[in-house]
Write a protein that binds this ligand. Sequence first.
Ligand code: AHR
Length: 527
Amino acid sequence: MSSYKPGCLLAALLVSALAAPCAAAAAPPSVTTVTIHADRPGATINKNVYGQFSEHLGSGIYGGIYVGEGSPIPNTRGFRNDVIAALKELKVPMVRWPGGCFADEYHWRDGIGPQDKRTVRINTNWGGVPESNAFGTHEFFDFIDMIGADAYVNANVGTGTPAEAAQWLEYMTGEQDTTLVKERKANCHDKPFKVAIYAMGNETWGCGGNMTPEYYADVYNRFATFMKTSQQPRPELLASGDHDGHTEFTTALMKNMRAGMDAISLHYYTILGPRWPDKDTATGFSEAGWINTLANTLKIDGYIKKQDAVMTAFEKKMPAAHKKMGLYVDEWGTWYKPEPGSNPGFLVQQNTLRDAVVAAANFNIFHKYADRVRMTSIAQTINVLQAMILTDGPKMLLTPTYHVFHMYKPFQDATSLPINVKTGTYKYGKWSVPQVSASAARTKDGAIVIGLTNLDPHNSVDVSTLIAGAQEGQVKGEILTAEAMDAHNTFDNPNAVHPVAFDGAKLAGNKLSLTLPAKSVVVLTLN
Ligand code: AHR
């Protein structure tokens, strides 16, 4: 791995400082102080916080993951070898499937049995294109098995019935020789599949049925009552919850909970508004687009806090033994205008350094709520919205977002550590955001891992860190940065943005100091 040299960016930074528009504020004070309490360990950061979402949408599955056995693209049983290897390397803990909006029109029987006999339907949500159902239940489990992930299956509530959802669960997880289990075996899978999360509908306030919170709370109870399985541990049951700053669905679900419920979902997309068509472009954006995106993404902190407050208020009235409700952020990430020339229903967008900073800032927030936010899935894995991977026929590239997920791998199942960040403010136009976002954790093998991101695209920041309870040790790190705010990888230059070793951090006793370059993500490991 090459190593980050501060001098390399100096010339570019001087040029960009000279060329900075007059709206840019003067450099803020550039010393940030961070205090980490290694002596006061918090909740475990569930590895599922690093989950993925793969919907039948555009080339998210067909072409992106699955090309079929007859494809000239190198594959194993129809799954792209390059994509499988990249996802395996990412240590993806969990994949959510089959939607999204698609889930509430998905009938699982369409996707089992011989592929040439499967029902073809129109994907009414995404581009109005034919859905071959070649990728169904068995293909999904084959896929997650290959990459080493667990299954989050989203049942159809909008156009389905409790019977259909219950029978799908029996088909997947049943052990005794019922007719459905025999059918699974006839379809070449003797052993039950393991379902970790079974969700009852998606966005029931919108594409999942346009329901009111109270109506859905009843529907949820009805569905959840019949989701029976002998699988141990039984799948977690997930209710479809709110989006953005709303809390009506969580309130109604908590208030009317009668059947088992392990978690409630929250969706939050980083979209520039105020109107849907006002979305930013994925590349070629201005500094206003940079800071506006970051200011918007940070709003999730307050939204999670609001959800947590509602859940906590209800939990206080429950018996002490009641398990803390999970808040599963099972759709998050940036949503820009589609790439010119692409089918607008396919939600294809490039992915830049801005997305990398967005991802890191979100992780730092999720870690803060580790006891509540025990699962998230970014939208979406491949070729859709804030993707890890983009493909074009046989070509594949890893996005800056992929690299941040890779850099943050040590946080999976680590113990969160309380952190206090005193940092300056980066301002531009009418927006302002903290310069530095950070989180820290103790890994299972005892190392301390620190994630830091500098949201300021112009100024580096000196970071002075005190780690209470840390021993003398060694520090190593990785950095992701680039000269342009919209730096990205292309099929012709797939390695333009990639992490390199960062040796700019100095550890003396329990004091750590470093200079965090402008618009960068750094992950440090202290052993
Ligand atoms: O991720 C794309 C879509 O966004 C999902 O299908 C839907 O749940 C959300 O509105």
